[in-house]
Structure formats: structure tokens, C-alpha cells
Design a protein around this ligand. Structure first.
Ligand SMILES: Cc1cc2nc3c(=O)[nH]c(=O)nc-3n(C[C@H](O)[C@H](O)[C@H](O)COP(=O)(O)O)c2cc1C
Length: 228
């Protein structure tokens, strides 16, 4: 049973129209792992899923005065259950790139409010700029996404007045393929190799928490229950 609309402090739970996606009381470790990848793949495929917008946490070795941690929202662009990889995109000039190069061990946090699910993915990040992986990702991007990479100035740069950092000449108009091509120089695809997944599902009848790790040889993943 999920939380109900009359439970104090909670808004009405959005009905889970596809309950098969989230294993219930009879959940097994195998069914949970399958559900986690299924939800990740739906989110990456532009389904209106909360997991499309995870928080990426990274280590900021260059800013000790701000503390060692940094985090921001990103869009999940790809999920590959077989390879245990996820993919996100960024402007290559953004601060997170220097962080991930210096410390590739990062963590993605996914939250699904309606299903009361949290998934944490500890990952090793590899940054791809100007290579075949970046090209494949770039070629699949819609013009509206490509336009962001035409930003003339470095993201995060201080400015005296508000500046949307948009390219001149594309007010409401989207660039065509040729016009957007210069953006490839500022485009980075970040492939995240998953080392550990941790699932947490809140449920009045008893929370479920479990951890999964891929087998380096491609065999059966290691999995275990954790006390919530
Ligand atoms: C809904 C939403 C989606 C976002 N998606 C991305 C994304 O896919 N990639 C990205 O680099 N930044 C994305 N951002 C912006 C980041 O949260 C962040 O502000 C920006 O990347 C600069 O972070 P950095 O300085 O740590 O690199 C998104 C922000 C929001 C609010």
C-alpha cells in the first residue's frame, strides 16, 4: 500500500497506472533490478518520468572552501541495461567536466515522487568530446538541444548584467543542422559506467532497500537486501 491522500503531510499519491513496473510485496531482487533498468530506459526514452531529471553529485577538488561536494540536475539521455551504462550531456566548458576528469567517481540520484522510489547510482564517468561517442550522441540531438551548445560565452562566467548566453540570430528560431554544427565543439557526452545501484522503495507495509553490482565478466550481478 502506498501513502493515501488523507495521510498528514502528503499530497495524493499519483496512481501507478503500470504497477508491473514496480514490484510490490512479492518483490525479488531480480524483479527489482529489472524494474530499475526498465524505469531508467523509459526515462531516457523521453517518457514523462521523474527519473529523466536526476541529480548528479560530483567531487569538486578545486573549491575546498566550498566543501568537496557539488551537485546539479541533469537530463538522463541514455540507459543501457546490458552494458550497465547511463549517459548525460553537458557543455564541455561547464564546471562539472573539470570535476569529473579530476575525480570520475560520481553519484546520480533519481527520485520518483509518485512511486516513492529512490535510486542511487554510483558511477565512473568518462568524458567524450569530439570523438565517435560524442558524434553519435550529437547526431541524435534535436535542434532545440543543439542550440544550447552555441552559447558564445563560458557557462558559469560572472556577468555584470543578466545574460542568457544565447547565440545571436536564433531568437525564437531553431538552428538547422548546418547552423547548429559549430555547437559540436562545445558538446560533451558523459558515459557513466555503473558500479553500484541502490534501490529504496517506501511502503507502509515495509520499505524495500537493495543493492546491485554488475559482474565484471558479464555474468549474474551481485545483489543483496539492505535494511532500510
Ligand atoms: C531541468 C533541468 C535540466 C538540466 N539538464 C542539464 C543537462 O542535461 N546537462 C547539463 O549540463 N546541465 C543541465 N542543467 C543545468 C545544470 O543543473 C547546471 O546548472 C549546469 O549544468 C551547470 O553546472 P556545473 O557548473 O556544475 O557544470 C539542467 C538544469 C535543469 C533545471
Amino acid at each position: 500500500m502506498g501513502r493515501t491522500a488523507d495521510a498528514p503531510g502528503y499530497t495524493a499519491r499519483v496512481p501507478n497506472t503500470e504497477p508491473f513496473l514496480v514490484p510490490g510485496d512479492d518483490a525479488t531482487l531480480e524483479s527489482i533490478l529489472a524494474a530499475a533498468w526498465s524505469l531508467l530506459e523509459r526515462a531516457a526514452a523521453r517518457e514523462p518520468e521523474d527519473w529523466r531529471w536526476p541529480v548528479l553529485a560530483s567531487v569538486d577538488p578545486g573549491e575546498p572552501e566550498r566543501g568537496a561536494a557539488d551537485a546539479r540536475v541533469v537530463v538522463l539521455r541514455r540507459a543501457d541495461a546490458r552494458a550497465w551504462t547511463l549517459e548525460i550531456h553537458s557543455d564541455a566548458r561547464a564546471g562539472k567536466l573539470a570535476q569529473l576528469r579530476a575525480a570520475p567517481q560520481a553519484c546520480l540520484v533519481f527520485h520518483d515522487r509518485a512511486r516513492e522510489l529512490q535510486l542511487r547510482a554510483w558511477v565512473d564517468a568518462s568524458v567524450h568530446e569530439g570523438d565517435a561517442i560524442a558524434r553519435r550522441a550529437w547526431d541524435a540531438l534535436h535542434a532545440s538541444s543543439r542550440r544550447a551548445y552555441l552559447a558564445p560565452r563560458t557557462p558559469g562566467e560572472p556577468t555584470a548584467a543578466p545574460d542568457a548566453n544565447q547565440p545571436a540570430g536564433f531568437g525564437a528560431r531553431l538552428p538547422d543542422a548546418a547552423e547548429s554544427e559549430p555547437g559540436f565543439a562545445a558538446f560533451a557526452a558523459i558515459v557513466l559506467r555503473v558500479r553500484t545501484l541502490e534501490w529504496l522503495r517506501l511502503d507502509r507495509a515495509g520499505h524495500h532497500r537493495a543493492r546491485f553490482e554488475p559482474d565484471p565478466a558479464g555474468g549474474t550481478p551481485a545483489m543483496c537486501w539492505l535494511r532500510p
